[in-house]
Design a protein around this ligand. Structure first.
Ligand SMILES: Cc1cc2nc3c(=O)[nH]c(=O)nc-3n(C[C@H](O)[C@H](O)[C@H](O)COP(=O)(O)OP(=O)(O)OC[C@H]3O[C@@H](n4cnc5c(N)ncnc54)[C@H](O)[C@@H]3O)c2cc1C
Ligand SMILES: NC(=O)c1ccc[n+]([C@@H]2O[C@H](COP(=O)([O-])OP(=O)(O)OC[C@H]3O[C@@H](n4cnc5c(N)ncnc54)[C@H](O)[C@@H]3O)[C@@H](O)[C@H]2O)c1
Length: 472
């Protein structure tokens, strides 16, 4: 057994672990990185990257369905699934070098490809190595949670890990769970030609503002996705390649394939956490505001920390703990300024407080600004006018924003910056946006704050008339 001493040991080479390792080694720390699976973790191999590549392929297929309105007739698209898969794999391959073992070894990180587990409160074993570290970072991510549905274990269902190995386009894809994974995949497979049925136990896109989520769900239903809400699966079975789900409401569904997208569970098993005095919660590892676990030398970041589960959150966490683990500086993770986006078409993006949360916090002092895409000239030209921006304002500053529409994930960045920089709404309204762009939506919604103050204000009108009389 080789013994290694290091400043920082990072377990997990996904979005969070790679950011910590790259930052720490480039700032002069000695770093060991342990990964038991693929470098790049879920995001690169089984999550964001393949799903966004599939969404892009599906968008190409969808063009044929909408082009006639532009005066362009296209033939019915022929979807060649092996080539769609090749596009997805090629996308992963093009990004992979940034996350590769070679790149990290080139930076000076010692990379060990094995499963890691604690053997004491500050030592970890991985393969033939025992690593003693000053600080340890758990960036072990999460995996699909499989609900305890009777019979499900005997069905050949897919999760986000196995979906990308599909050999053929499903004729009828059943999806268990109507969260972001379920909805992004439902629309993509529908656009590529599959029949798709989503079974959602509560409300589809249930974490989002219901008014905004309804715009997305209407579009998906309009494209032919069946979404059953408030419906749970009482049992699952398989006859040959046909998968049957019996529903608690009494009906049943038969499909050719089943994707389970019913939430996540943190990867904490097999880590020997008890030996190191590290506690877990229902959602992940127990951490304080500085992302320290119950063992003061050990941090947890990203999906494993059990909070918001996004790649950009894992990257943000990495920055927080680098301050603390390398320089001993105090640092706290907050969530108010962190955006999220679901990449259905239209996209649904949010940052800060929702309308309901903001009303609870600020009561009558809250102003909710709205602007519809219906009046955005670029959206009209592109026939993509289903959408809305909603901004929650308290004392002249934005405290939350939700956007549904094309490129909403890009448009929300303006509000993420405004909220983190505590910008006044007038500064967004005063920004000059190029015409004609979707970005004008942000200026328009901010400008609506001043509409009643300027255009429906008797004093302003009286002052204008007086000044006009006095001007030479
Ligand atoms: C289908 C899908 C689509 C998504 N789309 C988006 C999106 O568009 N945008 C977005 O922001 N987020 C998206 N996410 C979420 C995003 O993928 C995660 O939030 C992100 O990957 C979390 O990064 P992480 O570093 O915490 O964990 P991971 O990326 O999961 O990395 C953890 C790594 O730790 C390794 N590991 C675990 N235990 C051990 C051990 N004991 N020893 C050694 N190695 C270990 C694992 O093998 C893994 O490689 C998506 C997720 C899914 C499933
Ligand atoms: N665009 C993005 O950024 C993006 C995309 C995909 C995933 N993600 C991340 O991955 C996480 C996981 O996504 P997800 O969609 O798997 O999880 P989720 O927890 O967001 O949604 C799961 C859905 O499944 C439902 N559900 C759970 N058990 C069920 C059952 N037995 N029967 C019927 N419905 C059931 C829940 O009510 C919920 O609506 C997201 O929360 C997000 O953090 C992000």
């Amino acid at each position: 057994m080789e013994t290694i001493r290091t400043d920082l040991l990072v377990i997990g080479a996904g979005s969070g672990g790679l950011s910590v390792a790259a930052g720490a080694v480039q700032m002069g720390a000695s770093v060991v990185l342990v990964e038991r699976g693929e470098m790049g973790g879920d995001c690169l191999n089984y999550g964001c990257v393949p799903s966004k590549a599939l969404i892009a392929a599906a968008a190409q297929a969808h063009v044929a369905q909408t082009s006639a309105a532009f005066g362009v007739d296209l033939d019915r698209p022929k979807v060649d699934w092996p080539r769609v898969r090749a596009h997805v794999q090629e996308t992963i391959a093009r990004i992979a070098p940034v996350d590769s073992q070679e790149r990290f070894e080139g930076l000076g990180v010692r990379v060990i490809r094995d499963h890691a587990r604690f053997v004491s409160d500050r030592e970890v074993e991985a393969g033939r190595c025992r690593i003693a570290a000053r600080r340890i970072v758990l960036a072990t991510g999460s995996a699909a949670a499989v609900p305890p549905v009777p019979g499900l274990a005997n069905v050949s269902f897919m999760t986000n890990e196995t979906l990308w190995d599909l050999q053929e386009l499903p004729s009828h894809l059943l999806i268990l769970g109507g969260g972001p994974i379920g909805m992004e995949m439902a629309q993509s497979f529908r656009r590529l030609g599959a029949q798709v049925t989503v079974v959602e136990g509560a409300k589809a896109l249930g974490r989002e503002d219901p008014e905004m989520a309804a715009i997305v769900l209407d579009r998906l239903r309009g494209e032919g996705v069946t979404i059953l809400e408030g419906e749970t699966v009482s049992s699952a079975s398989q006859q040959g390649s046909a998968i049957e789900l019996r529903l608690s409401g009494g009906g049943s569904l038969t499909g050719s394939h089943l994707l389970v997208a019913a939430g996540r569970r943190a990867n904490t098993e097999g880590l020997g956490l008890a030996v190191a005095g590290i506690e877990t919660t229902k959602t992940g590892l127990r951490v304080d505001a500085g992302l320290r676990t119950t063992n003061r030398r050990v941090y947890a970041i990203g999906d494993a920390a059990g909070g918001m589960q996004f790649t950009h959150v894992a990257g943000y966490h990495a920055g927080i703990i680098l301050r603390s683990a390398l320089f001993g500086l105090p640092a706290k993770a907050t969530t108010d300024h962190i955006p999220r986006a679901t990449y259905t078409r239209p996209e649904l993006a949010h940052v800060g407080l929702s309308e309901v949360e903001a009303r609870q916090r600020f009561g009558g002092k809250l102003e909710v600004l709205r602007a519809a895409l219906l009046h955005n000239d670029r959206a009209i030209a592109e026939r993509e006018t289903a959408g809305l921006a909603k901004v929650m304002v308290h004392r002249g500053r934005p405290v939350g924003a939700t956007i549904v529409g094309p490129q909403a994930g890009d448009l929300i960045s303006t509000w993420a910056l405004a909220i983190s920089a505590k910008t006044k709404i007038g500064q967004i309204a005063g920004m000059v946006a190029p015409y004609p762009t979707l970005g004008e939506l942000n200026k328009r919604v901010a400008g609506s704050y001043f509409t009643p103050r300027l255009f429906e204000n008797r004093t302003v009108k009286a002052v204008t008339r007086t000044v006009q009389r006095l001007l030479p």
